[in-house]
Design a protein around this ligand. Structure first.
Ligand code: ADP
Ligand code: MG
Length: 463
């Protein structure tokens, strides 16, 4: 075994020369030599997904290098190793922690329910996160499940899950947390919306408690931070998150972020620190994309089964075919259809179409309008959906809202949500303003009709 150890060390040296140090650290360091018997070299790896990925990307390299250092007819076999979690000093059971540990004052001051500081929603699990067939989202689910299988010294740390609205980021993040809490109840798992993290940070600064804030989150074993795009421009919170991240990472604690866009687009937001973005990209990035038809059908059927309800299969198919960009809307259409069955015998296709018209916003059309308006006024899309009250930006935003209201089926509420998270009265005010200007200002009339022409809208398109 001694010689075999030294031969293996030679192999490891060769690997480190062939791949980048980051790849080496992530994919080669976790591998352990188990045995070398009958010309079979057995290597142990952390988990199944690691194995799948590793074999696909580096299987041939390993064979080449092993056969170069060991006898040329050596075969390589893999097994999965098990390891007990490294439990942090502060990871007593949460209830115990609340009663007698040093954070009890902090917890009481910061949590509505001190008995439930994990913040997890128990109804989001891996079992009810559906991916059908070999869809792209299955990678995101597999990575998440691997993290939950071994939330310490993980090859995927940190994980960055990105994807548009309603595609399951919050669901998957909670599923990771719930699964970890079931498997390792002694670990401290914290799930949070980024806005909650920001608010807590600000409250603690106000009460001169920021060291405790930092120590508290540094005591976590797993941090799940949802929607980190809201950190944009919040430099104080970014600083503290950066320090917390470094401490957790150095201690091999698991961190998972979600975001509404991939990391490369975070830079374009203009208010995110490079050093933080580089931490986000240092681990594994996985995307969630609009589910394929098969998955949409499976989600609808699973929801019906969970609620012990039934609906005409043709109607299910109709919904799945048409509501294709957002699972939240898919669920909304189905729930409304189910509610309709309570006072209407037959929920047929025409009834479902009306529900779809009311619920499903044509997001991409609103986005197209916002981009066109931004481009014309030499602004960025962030200006249009941002908070600036600068006169020219506000006017461009009003025009985008007016066009969205005139030419898409979106409600005022939906337009407000898509153009910067504003409420419906703000949108109404914007539309009134532009209507007013159109009737009084020939220049505005010209601008609006130019947009209509460029976006290929004519009077027939009007709602
Ligand atoms: P996001 O955080 O990306 O905006 P959510 O996680 O809140 O989206 O998902 C919106 C809704 O859609 C939730 O009710 C969630 O349970 C459901 N959902 C999303 N993706 C799936 C999926 N693959 N399987 C089952 N339900 C899903
Ligand atoms: Mg979410």
């Amino acid at each position: 075994m001694l010689t075999c150890q030294s031969l293996w060390r030679d192999c490891v040296d060769c690997f480190s020369n062939k791949v980048s140090s980051e790849t080496f650290q992530r994919w080669f360091e976790p591998i352990r030599l188990e045995t070398f018997e009958n010309n079979v070299l057995t290597l142990a790896v952390p988990h199944n997904f690691f194995l799948e990925w590793f074999e696909e990307h580096y299987g041939n390299l390993i064979i080449d290098i092993v056969r170069h250092n060991f006898p040329a007819n050596t075969d390589v076999k893999y097994i999965i190793y098990t390891e007990q979690p490294v439990i942090s000093v502060s990871s007593e059971k949460i209830t115990k922690k609340v009663k007698n540990n040093k954070f009890s004052h902090f917890i009481e001051a910061n949590f509505d329910d001190p008995e439930n500081i994990s913040g997890l929603n128990p109804s989001y699990t891996f079992d009810n996160f559906i991916v059908a067939g070999n869809s792209t989202n299955s990678i995101a689910k597999k990575v998440s499940m691997s993290v939950a299988e071994k939330p310490f010294n993980n090859a995927f740390n940190p994980v960055f899950i990105y994807g548009g609205v309603g595609l399951g980021k919050t669901h998957l993040l909670n599923a990771i947390g719930n699964d970890i809490r079931n498997k390792f109840p002694e670990l401290n798992v914290f799930y949070m919306q980024t806005t909650v993290f920001m608010d807590r940070f600000i409250n603690n600064i106000a009460s001169r408690n920021s060291p405790e804030f930092r120590q508290f989150y540094c005591s976590a074993d797993v941090v799940l931070l949802d929607d980190i795009q809201f950190l944009n421009g919040r430099h104080g919170t970014q600083d503290i998150l950066f320090h917390i991240f470094n401490t957790l990472y150095q201690n091999h604690k698991q961190i998972v972020f979600t975001c509404d866009r991939p990391t490369k687009n975070l830079r374009q937001m203009g208010g995110m620190q490079d050093r933080l973005i580089s931490r986000f990209v240092s681990g594994t990035s996985v995307g969630l994309f609009p589910p394929n038809l098969e998955t949409r059908m499976a989600i609808l059927k699973s929801k019906l089964t969970a609620e012990k309800r039934d609906i005409d299969p043709i109607v299910i198919e109709y919904i799945a075919e048409r509501v294709d960009s957002n699972v939240r809307e898919l669920e909304g259409v189905m729930s409304t259809a189910l509610a309709n069955t309570l006072y209407q015998d037959n929920v047929d296709i025409s009834c479902v179409q009306k529900i779809i018209d009311n619920i499903v916003a044509n997001d991409s059309e609103v986005d197209r309008i916002s981009y066109a308006v931004a481009e014309f006024f030499n602004l960025t899309i962030e200006d249009i959906v941002g908070k600036s009250r600068q006169k020219d930006i506000a006017l461009a935003r009003h025009i985008a809202m007016y066009l969205a209201n005139t030419y898409t089926k979106c409600t005022l509420q939906k337009i407000g949500a898509l153009i910067g998270g504003r409420d419906h009265s703000t949108v109404k005010h914007a539309i009134d303003n532009i209507r007013n200007l159109i009737s009084t200002d020939p220049d505005m009339r010209k601008k609006v009709s130019m947009f209509e022409k460029n976006l290929s809208y004519d009077k027939k398109n009007k709602k």
